[in-house]
Design a protein around this ligand. Structure first.
Ligand SMILES: N[C@@H](CCC(=O)N[C@@H](CS)C(=O)NCC(=O)O)C(=O)O
Length: 213
């Protein structure tokens, strides 16, 4: 069988999601580090396969897959165990809503290229850029804490990790990295701790990646 190859960057939270998903499914993979700081994502060879020039990109089953949630959806559809969504459709919609709160409403406002645009093109000082970052993370995490509260068990929904946890853990890693307080979110912190106790999450952590690139 052809090797599974993940194009990623150790600190990319979108790539971190895919590392967790691959580990939870027990899929062995190799890593190709794309150094975002050095602009390797803009190389023409890479962009020919991924026109957005982002990580992650996953080579699997003869495909080049992009967009972390699309990749994770493919993994869940082709390798159903353990499932990333509950079987009840309304519960699954709730788990997806929590995942999308992170992936669509927090992360896109705060990733590197957006922060760079604020500084370079819009001439915003560092304090304004940091305030922007904190504002959107805080607003998103507050909502997520409220969404999680009724259905959370050991994880954001029930007692097994789902797509929502796969998105939560990298986002909290980012929040800590940029010194956004997370003490107001007891459910999110407890779930994050439970996730981190699992090998699949722990081994996906940026500090555990061999090449820090
Ligand atoms: N929605 C995309 C987001 C991917 C994304 O923003 N990746 C960032 C790293 S977290 C990236 O590659 N940035 C490269 C750049 O800004 O040039 C996904 O979920 O895969």
């Amino acid at each position: 069988m052809t090797a599974v190859l993940l194009h990623d960057y150790y600190r990319s939270s979108a790539a971190y999601r895919v590392r967790i998903a691959l580990n939870l499914k027990g899929i062995e993979y190799e890593r190709h580090a794309v150094n975002l700081v050095e602009g390797e994502q803009r190389d023409s060879g890479y962009r020919a396969l991924n026109p957005q020039g982002f990580v992650p990109m996953l080579e699997i089953d003869g495909h080049h897959l992009i967009q972390s949630l699309a990749i994770i959806g493919y993994l869940d559809a082709t390798r159903p165990e353990p499932p990333f969504l509950p079987s009840d459709l309304a519960d699954a919609a709730h788990v997806r809503a929590m995942a999308l709160t992170v992936a669509c409403d927090i992360h896109p406002l705060n990733n590197l290229r957006v922060l760079k645009y604020l500084s370079r093109e819009l001439g915003q000082p560092e304090e304004a850029r940091d305030a922007w970052y904190r504002h959107w993370v805080t607003e998103g995490l507050e909502a997520l804490e409220a969404m999680a509260h009724p259905g959370a068990g050991d994880f954001l929904f029930g007692d097994a990790p789902t797509l929502a946890d796969i998105c939560l853990v990298p986002q909290l890693y980012n929040a800590r990295r940029f010194a956004v307080p997370i003490t107001p979110y007891p459910t999110l912190r407890r779930v994050d701790e439970n996730c981190s106790a699992l090998g699949a999450f722990a081994e996906a952590h940026p500090d555990r990646q061999e090449a820090h690139a």
